[in-house]
Design a protein around this ligand. Structure first.
Ligand SMILES: Cc1cc2nc3c(=O)[nH]c(=O)nc-3n(C[C@H](O)[C@H](O)[C@H](O)COP(=O)(O)O)c2cc1C
Length: 202
């Protein structure tokens, strides 16, 4: 059965890496809920470790998916793999390979690009990241998104229609730049934790 048809990323033997920065909690690790973090190619992606750390502090186990473009220099992939203890997933596994991640209990997309939001809404599953998102709503798990899209792009009618369509599917959107201005009076810092707050909403 294909990965898309099966939907969830179940696995018998997750490919774990060393996670030196975290204390071992082997007896709890089995019971922790599993969060998929999907990373797109926006400049702010370089800060995604903040989201991963915050999620782990809220007792999520985290597995990261990244778009192929995001893998090409947008964030520190080695640091993220060390932090999560798992390889980042960007390409489809080969037939016969084990599923590296368990099924998700929730999904976060941060940062979400114009490109990925539009492809997701249209059902164009041409990357593993978008395919994973296309499946997520059908799995019945909460999905939270923090878009990082410039105003000029956000005014494009296709993007507005994508947001409407995804909201209609139950996807939860947050504004990562809402709130007080930053220290220099400019844009506030990207509010990574807002994605986790959205997951906790009833
Ligand atoms: C330095 C840099 C920063 C970018 N920041 C953004 C951004 O904040 N939001 C966005 O939608 N696209 C941004 N882009 C453009 C995306 O990388 C581009 O649309 C890409 O195709 C998105 O691929 P993905 O959606 O598969 O990750 C940026 C590109 C570069 C080179």
């Amino acid at each position: 059965m294909s990965e898309q048809v099966r939907g969830a990323e179940e696995s018998e033997k997750p490919a774990r890496l060393e996670r030196p920065a975290r204390r071992e909690k082997p007896e709890r690790a089995q019971k922790q809920p599993f969060l998929y973090v999907v990373v797109c190619a926006a400049g702010v992606a370089c800060g995604v470790s903040k989201l991963i750390t915050a999620a782990q502090e809220r007792d999520w186990e985290v597995g990261v998916f990244a778009t192929p473009v995001a893998m090409d220099g947008f964030f520190d992939t080695a640091a993220v793999e060390a932090r999560t203890g798992r390889p980042i997933r960007s390409a489809w596994r080969r037939p016969g390979d084990p599923r590296p991640f368990p099924a998700p209990d929730a999904v976060v997309v941060a940062p979400a690009t114009f490109n990925t939001v539009n492809k997701w809404a249209a059902g164009l599953a041409d990357t593993l990241a978008v395919a994973t998102l296309c499946e997520a709503c059908g799995l019945g798990v909460p999905v939270a998104v923090l878009p990082c899209v410039a105003d000029a792009l956000a005014s494009h009618p296709a993007y507005r229609e994508s947001l409407t369509r995804l909201r209609g599917m139950g996807v939860r959107f947050g504004d990562p730049y809402a709130g007080a201005a930053g220290k220099d009076g400019g844009r506030p810092e990207f509010a990574w934790e807002r994605a986790l707050d959205l997951l906790e909403r009833p």
